[in-house]
Design a protein around this ligand. Structure first.
Ligand code: G1P
Length: 294
């Protein structure tokens, strides 16, 4: 039985990389084919057994709350026009989990955003999913959040997902220093995290293993965030709090083979749109033909 039932999704970023679209539409609501990016992240959490999803939103993000709320007018319209399949899909969005929205009043960084969930999470362990990354199961591996939660259940230790990035991209991520454990999880090496540097230069980077934005934490992380001073870019960094956590308890990392897209990046976002559209029965064949003739 998995003990982790709560997940935090920070969604308070300004989305400057997608301006002008994000001037009035939260970046988490930008669609990949016909679903907002955030819904893919919520689906990953639900597939991992999460029941309560705490969305940390900023100003101007009411579209997110509305999306997960019931829309009676729309449901009535779909019912009257006999669009029952669509009606079921729309209704299932409001019923998939308990969505709790918390306002981060000031953009003080990712560590601070996660800290805003403390009144709801309390003493429980919890997952964190960053909305820029969307992932899908691959080969014999499930969604990365589900695999991290299983690892947590096995080891009762905070754990994170990592991925290997080219040296010239280390400055976009938190980068870990680690040693390999003798045990493995589903044929994957378990890395014992020794240190993390937030967005290092290629020269400073202790490895090429980056944090793509999936974490499972003991609630002790909150006290470490409390003690974390603003760091890189004058923000309260989650990675700095994780470094404090490592001094007191173990933090494991797993490189789960998953299909992943960096939806926070324009090229990654377009790639996700193309790949997911190609998989769709309704538009896939047409798009394939179009791309072939380009
Ligand atoms: C944040 C984290 C960083 C992580 C990254 C993943 O940075 O601070 O450690 O690797 O997300 O996307 P951001 O992209 O918000 O600047």
């Amino acid at each position: 039985m998995n003990k982790i039932k709560k997940a935090v999704i920070p969604a308070a970023g300004l989305g400057t990389r997608f301006l002008p679209a994000t001037k009035s539409v939260p970046k988490e609501m930008l669609p990949i084919v016909d679903k907002p990016t955030l819904l893919y992240v919520v689906e990953e959490a639900v597939a991992a057994g999460i029941e309560d999803i705490i969305i940390i939103a900023g100003r101007g993000k009411t579209a997110i709350e509305n999306f997960f709320d019931t829309n009676y007018e729309l449901e009535d319209l779909l019912e009257k026009s006999g669009k029952f399949e669509l009606l079921e899909e729309i209704k299932s969005i409001s019923n998939m989990a308990n969505i709790i929205s918390i306002r981060q009043r000031e953009a003080k960084g990712l560590g601070h955003a996660v800290y805003c969930s403390k009144p709801i999470v309390g003493n429980e362990s919890f997952a964190v999913l960053l909305g820029d990354e969307i992932t899908f199961p691959k080969d014999s591996y499930d969604y990365v959040t589900k695999e991290l939660i299983s690892l947590y259940d096995e080891q009762t230790t905070s754990c994170v997902s990592v991925m290997e990035v080219p040296k010239e991209k280390v400055n976009k991520y938190g980068i870990i220093d680690f040693e390999m454990l003798n045990t493995s999880y589903k044929n994957l090496d378990i890395l014992n995290v020794k240190n993390i540097i937030e967005k290092p230069s290629p020269q400073e980077a202790p490895s090429c293993f980056a944090l793509p934005g999936r974490y499972v934490f003991n609630s002790t992380i909150f006290s470490h965030i409390e003690e974390t001073k603003p760091g890189k870019n004058n923000e309260i960094q989650l990675t700095d709090a994780m470094v404090k956590l490592i001094r007191n308890e173990k933090l494991y990392a797993l490189n789960v083979p998953n299909k992943r897209y960096d939806a926070g990046d324009k090229f990654g976002f377009i790639k996700a749109n193309i790949d997911l559209a190609l998989e769709r029965e309704d538009i896939g064949p047409q798009l394939k033909e179009y791309l072939k003739n380009l």
